[in-house]
Write a protein that binds this ligand. Structure first.
Ligand code: ZN
Length: 118
């Protein structure tokens, strides 16, 4: 399962990151899931819940932010958010192809929250 390996690599990054927060507890992790990353949010959440009980992060909340695709028209430079990932007509000049993808390919940790009340 693809999502399992994504979560595993996220856990690896968290492990390195938490070294900076000596003894403090991780509360929440927010990750960005771009529409073009090809990952289903529900599967990510499922993989997270399946994997974290065996880690030091049991009980940590995972929030997945879905990032829509944003492109710049290859013809006129208009920036827009296409409704579909396959067919992306420019709202200004109706060009269908050759756009630059600006956002939507992300699959990364956006932020982490530390519980500093402990
Ligand atoms: Zn255009």
């Amino acid at each position: 399962m693809h999502e399992m390996s994504i979560i595993q690599s996220i856990l690896g990054i968290l492990k390195e990151e938490m070294v900076k927060y000596d003894g403090q507890k991780l509360k929440k992790v927010t990750i960005k899931n771009g529409a073009l990353a090809g990952v289903v949010t529900e599967s990510l959440t499922f993989a997270w819940e399946a994997l974290i009980p065996d880690t030091p992060y049991a009980g940590v909340v995972l929030e997945v932010v879905e990032v829509p695709i944003k492109v710049a028209c290859g013809q006129c430079g208009e920036e827009f958010w296409p409704e579909h990932t396959k067919c992306m007509p420019c709202p200004k000049c109706e060009t269908l192809i050759g756009h630059d993808v600006l956002e939507g390919k992300e699959m990364l940790i956006d932020s982490i929250e530390i519980d500093d009340t402990v």
